[in-house]
Ligand binder design. Structure first.
Ligand code: SF4
Length: 432
């Protein structure tokens, strides 16, 4: 029976050591192995650094892992990630610097690799679809998958299987949000090629309504580990209140590998599972007529429609969708807004009843190219589009949006845990 450790984080490095030992996590590791650690550093913003809690793998726990590996005799250790560049030029290296990983590299002599810049290899999903995976992820001897305990607005949860999407080149990340193949069918294939030897779920903080900092973080102090990626993910899902069979990417992966999704087929070692379960919401509410987030109904916003994002919206355009919500709210002064529909992702179709249709990004422009429902389209080109072009397009449509409102929102989100009990920024720094 596959073992999964469930440990309470109380002390560095003891807690992580216990989690690794309980699942015999290093049994296949040889001191001379090339070790690759893949944390979750999803995206960075230098202007408004994301509140890190439950969003990023804690630097503290990664440092603990490096210490444990060094004690084991390992000297060839690399940390690899491919953060999404929401802003041009602000990617993995900025995240490494902002979260103290650069300090870890100089303190312990570990290497940092930006998978966005790596050479990659073609790995097939089927005869006509393939993913480009970073070579370092494929060629290491011992891959340690180090996700965060968090929920996700498209896939319900984002744990070990989802974290591996960060090993893909940007174009393949976008391809996973395929309008026909389906996101949760595509990304689990990365695990088939990368084959992590150990998965550690960092639950020092857990995140509701993730995967970014716009949701709510909780101090959780839980570590889950297993040599089997699905086993770790199943326990992570249960801890957040989800049944494994309700997670589509678990089902596709388990079916392909003939693995069980039945909890009793896994041996949980350490803490009692029931003591760690804290149900966390993953979804954002939308108006009944699919015209905007729940806040639109509360504010009484009418006229404008922002249909709910679907799973074809990739990480590049997803901040744009959120930005549009905030900008539209900033334009509302108590009177109905112009009849404008704003679409994103790769498959939404314009609905009748709107004077203008704003198409945010190259994908949705293409998807609506011959849509006869559209009276007048406003195309915002880009993959993803630029902030200034988005603002310009909304203004062209007669929406008096206030850019400062968006910047104020981002600042508030960035600082929302400052000074709050249990939220300690030192978890995201190298120890002194
Ligand atoms: S246009 Fe947007 S949704 Fe389409 S691939 Fe580019 S970033 Fe993703």
């Amino acid at each position: 029976m596959q073992s999964v450790s469930l440990v309470k984080y109380s002390k560095s490095t003891d807690s992580l050591k216990q989690a690794i030992e309980l699942c015999d996590g290093l049994s296949k590791l040889k001191p001379g192995d090339k070790v690759l650690i893949k944390p979750n550093l999803v995206a960075w913003d230098e202007l408004f650094p994301p509140a890190p809690y439950g969003v990023f793998t804690t630097t503290r726990l990664v440092e603990d892992l490096i210490i444990i590996l060094k004690e084991y005799g390992c000297s060839d250790i690399t940390i690899g990630e491919g953060s999404v560049e929401v802003k041009k030029g602000v990617g993995t290296m900025a995240a490494f610097a902002g979260l103290g990983y650069t300090d870890l590299a100089s303190k312990y002599g570990v290497k940092l690799v930006d998978f966005n810049e790596s050479k990659s290899e073609k790995c097939s999903i089927d005869a006509s679809t393939h993913l480009m995976i970073a070579k370092e992820a494929l060629e290491c001897d011992f891959f340690i998958n180090f996700p965060v305990l968090k929920t996700h607005g498209q896939t319900k949860i984002s744990l070990g299987l989802k974290n591996l999407k960060g090993c893909l080149k940007a174009s393949s990340k976008k391809l996973c949000h395929h309008p026909e193949l389906n996101l949760e069918y595509c990304f689990p294939f990365v695990a088939d090629y990368v084959k992590p030897k150990l998965t550690i779920i960092d639950g020092i903080y857990a995140l509701e309504k993730g995967a970014l900092h716009f949701g709510n973080a909780y101090k959780k102090d839980t570590i889950i580990a297993s040599t089997d990626i699905l086993a770790a993910d199943i326990i992570g899902a249960k801890v957040m209140g989800y049944e494994p069979t309700d997670i589509a990417h678990f089902v596709t992966y388990a079916t392909r590998h003939n693995k069980s999704l039945v909890l009793s087929d896994y041996a949980v070692k350490g803490e009692k599972l029931v003591d760690h379960i804290q149900p966390l919401k993953w979804d954002w509410s939308w108006t009944a007529d699919n015209t905007g987030p729940g806040a639109f109904a509360k504010m009484g916003i009418q006229g404008v429609a922002l249909p709910k994002y679907d799973d074809t919206l990739c990480s590049g355009c997803s901040p744009i969708a959120n930005m549009c919500n905030i900008l539209v709210m900033s334009a509302f002064k108590g009177q109905p807004l112009p009849k404008v529909e704003i679409l994103n992702g790769k498959k939404m179709q314009a609905r009748p009843g709107y004077d203008k249709t704003v198409l945010m990004g190259n994908c949705i422009i293409k998807a609506n190219r011959n849509n006869p429902t559209i009276k007048e389209s406003v195309e915002v080109k880009g993959c993803p589009p630029d902030f200034d072009d988005v603002v310009k397009a909304l203004k062209i449509c007669g929406l008096e949006v206030n850019e400062m409102a968006y910047l104020g929102y981002m600042k508030q989100q960035s600082e929302k845990y400052n000074g709050k009990e249990g939220f300690d920024p030192l978890y995201y720094r190298a120890s002194s």
